[in-house]
Design a protein around this ligand. Sequence first.
Ligand SMILES: *[C@@H]1O[C@H](CO)[C@@H](O)[C@H](O)[C@H]1NC(C)=O
Ligand SMILES: *[C@@H]1O[C@H](CO)[C@@H](O)[C@H](O)[C@H]1NC(C)=O
Ligand SMILES: *[C@@H]1O[C@H](CO)[C@@H](O)[C@H](O)[C@H]1NC(C)=O
Ligand SMILES: *[C@@H]1O[C@H](CO)[C@@H](O)[C@H](O)[C@H]1NC(C)=O
Ligand SMILES: *[C@@H]1O[C@H](CO)[C@@H](O)[C@H](O)[C@H]1NC(C)=O
Length: 416
Amino acid sequence: MMPLVLPALFFISAVSAATSGLHPVVLLPGYTCSQLDARLTDDYRPFTPGCGIPKQGRGWFRLFENFTALQEDPGLLPCYADQLRLVFDPVAGDYRNLPGVETHVVAFGTTRGFGSNNPAQKNGCMERLVKALEGVGYREGANLFGSPYDFRYAPAPPGLPQRAFSTFVSSLRLLVEHASKRNGNKPVIIVTHSLGGFFAMEFLNQSPLPWRRRYVKHFLTLSLGIGGPPGILQVVASNPGTPPSSLLDSVLSFGNRSFASMLSVLPSPNVYGHTPLVITRAKNYSADDIPEFLSAAGLSDDVVARYRTRGLPVTLNIRAPLVPITCINSVGIPTVDKLVYWDGNFSVEPQVVYGDGDGTINLATVLALKRVIGDDPHQDYFKSVFIPNVTHDGMISDDFALKRVVGEIIEANQRL
Ligand SMILES: *[C@@H]1O[C@H](CO)[C@@H](O)[C@H](O)[C@H]1NC(C)=O
Ligand SMILES: *[C@@H]1O[C@H](CO)[C@@H](O)[C@H](O)[C@H]1NC(C)=O
Ligand SMILES: *[C@@H]1O[C@H](CO)[C@@H](O)[C@H](O)[C@H]1NC(C)=O
Ligand SMILES: *[C@@H]1O[C@H](CO)[C@@H](O)[C@H](O)[C@H]1NC(C)=O
Ligand SMILES: *[C@@H]1O[C@H](CO)[C@@H](O)[C@H](O)[C@H]1NC(C)=O
């Protein structure tokens, strides 16, 4: 009898969600908002002696981000950082976890795997947006779904291996189809914050156009720019001089800046042309000079080569997703436009030249959305919304912004 009960239950909740009239929503959070679990096998050879022993063969644990565990035992930091870094496998021609480290995102399909147990990060990962959506009738698992993703990896250009990203693409495709089926076959609304928008855009462009048109009602991006903010260059340049204060700092320094995604969010020549972004007495670096900049900042020739073969081509190939899109951005907050390392020493704090933006992404990358997407003659519907004086994370946590965001989601629901 049991097998009959389940489909019946599904049928009832599918009907109630369908009659609420809402299109299902799938959320993708920003950078570092997806939690990752890991397990270590005997193949794991820790960079720091002793890191493997307590956990090898002991099953899954929260690798990113268990703030509590790192508070209780700060000695774990280099171990977690080592286990979180990626390596490039020259035989596979692709990024991998370290041998002996297995990882997966937590609670795929739901929003429960968003965020960390760090109290300071409480509202930066869509928690308040989820609450606001519940306020207008959305229900987790019925018409509200979450797509965490492994933010360390990145899409590769056509023809190159991208195992982790391909896994993400197939999982998200199944999730979107499931969300649609549970809601009377209504197409879904994909809502993203920050880097989630880049992952979703690549996901859409790697999915067949008829599939996109069948399953995607609307694509709504929050705080997304195209072409990478100059502020990222400071993160890349900073040398691991001082002891890292967080796991992420630690990976970006100790982990030797190993994330594939780092190379996909660098400023694009399409957006900045020859404008100097990093200024030194001897030489200026524009987006055209990123390879020289990476070398000068101490990254290895291998990393620079991968920027040329993997990161840059994806950046240059960003294009209209050809589904209805609304881009909500904020302006009016001082945002890094240029960095001045006058003596050419990237280990010192740069002097910062500020421009307009949301404090994280600058106006130039936001205006590029219209050029790249809005002006594409095949892109039928493009709407750009600006909210003044809201920060990058305020977009998904300030009451005023949330009200506007939810209003746009309702409007997307009602568009014919
Ligand atoms: C985080 O670490 C704490 C303390 O070590 C542990 O009790 C807790 O279960 C961990 N959380 C998760 C989600 O694994
Ligand atoms: C990472 O950088 C440190 C310090 O520069 C260096 O000693 C170490 O060998 C590097 N680790 C890896 C795995 O490349
Ligand atoms: C670098 O750019 C600055 C600001 O645009 C400019 O004033 C300066 O002449 C440039 N320096 C070099 C070495 O090209
Ligand atoms: C760069 O600055 C760092 C930090 O102030 C200093 O330790 C280092 O010696 C400087 N390097 C050069 C080449 O001047
Ligand atoms: C944004 O904030 C600044 C400084 O608080 C204020 O001067 C300005 O009027 C605000 N702009 C808008 C459109 O609210």
